[in-house]
Write a protein that binds this ligand. Structure first.
Ligand code: DX5
Ligand code: ZN
Length: 221
């Protein structure tokens, strides 16, 4: 995969025209589609499930779909999302009683696996499962809503996660989610992130290609 991936979060897209929105943002240069699943239990909001993922595949979306599960429990949705066409499935370790098993279930279902860490959470849960993750996702806002401000303490955690990945020698992507924009993407990349979720920064602008291009030129500096 490319060094840097831009992953628009469809949470901020127009759900009444979702297929078209995803087509447009991919045509505008996005690499992967970030798909936020909220259950009104783990987080105080309710969004979309496997049927919508599968509808995007039927619509013709071939780009990787990065499913971010903000649900508790986790396990019973894994196979459903794999069958619906998910590429990555990430979940919050505090939402699964048996994290190792959930990670294994994701890989057994043919998807890439990942753990997500809320702003206050240490990375301790990674210690014994580094060989079972393909992605580490750091939340730079409290999960549940788009349009919040980036929490600066996440930069230190990115440095820590980058060091863990480099020491492990495994091929693991480091994703950041929340409050990412062309203004802060360069310092986020400098702290070690390689995969950038951006919802409101992209979908709240009329010209998706211009924002994505701005992000890429910030990454190139
Ligand atoms: C928040 C979601 C994010 C959200 C990011 O819980 O996980 O993916 O859409 O939105 P922005 O980029 O607007 O902060
Ligand atoms: Zn997300």
């Amino acid at each position: 995969m490319a060094e840097y991936l831009i992953a628009p979060s469809i949470l901020s897209a127009d759900f009444a025209r979702l297929g078209e929105e995803v087509d447009n943002v991919l045509a505008a240069g996005a690499d992967i589609v970030h798909f936020d699943v909220m259950d009104n239990h783990y987080v105080p909001n309710l969004t979309i499930g496997p049927m919508v993922c599968s509808a995007l595949r039927k619509h013709g979306v071939t780009a990787p779909i990065d499913v971010h599960l903000m649900v508790d429990p986790v396990d019973r949705l894994i196979v459903d999302f794999a069958e619906a066409g998910a590429s990555f499935i990430t979940f919050h370790p505090d939402a699964s009683t048996h994290v190792d098993r959930s990670l294994q279930m994701i890989r057994d279902a043919g998807c890439k696996s990942g753990l997500v860490f809320n702003p206050h959470m240490s990375l301790d849960a990674l210690k014994y499962v580094m060989d079972k993750v393909d992605m580490i996702l750091l939340m730079s806002v409290n999960p549940g809503f788009g349009g919040q401000s980036f929490i600066p303490a996440t930069l230190d955690k990115l440095l820590e996660a980058r060091a863990l990945i480099d020491e492990s020698g495994f091929d693991i992507r480091l994703e950041i989610d929340g409050g990412v924009s062309p203004k802060n993407i360069a310092e986020i990349a400098a702290a070690g992130a390689d995969t950038f979720v951006a919802g409101s920064a992209i979908f709240n602008q009329p010209d998706y290609a211009a924002v994505i291009q701005q992000m890429r030129s910030e990454l190139a500096t």
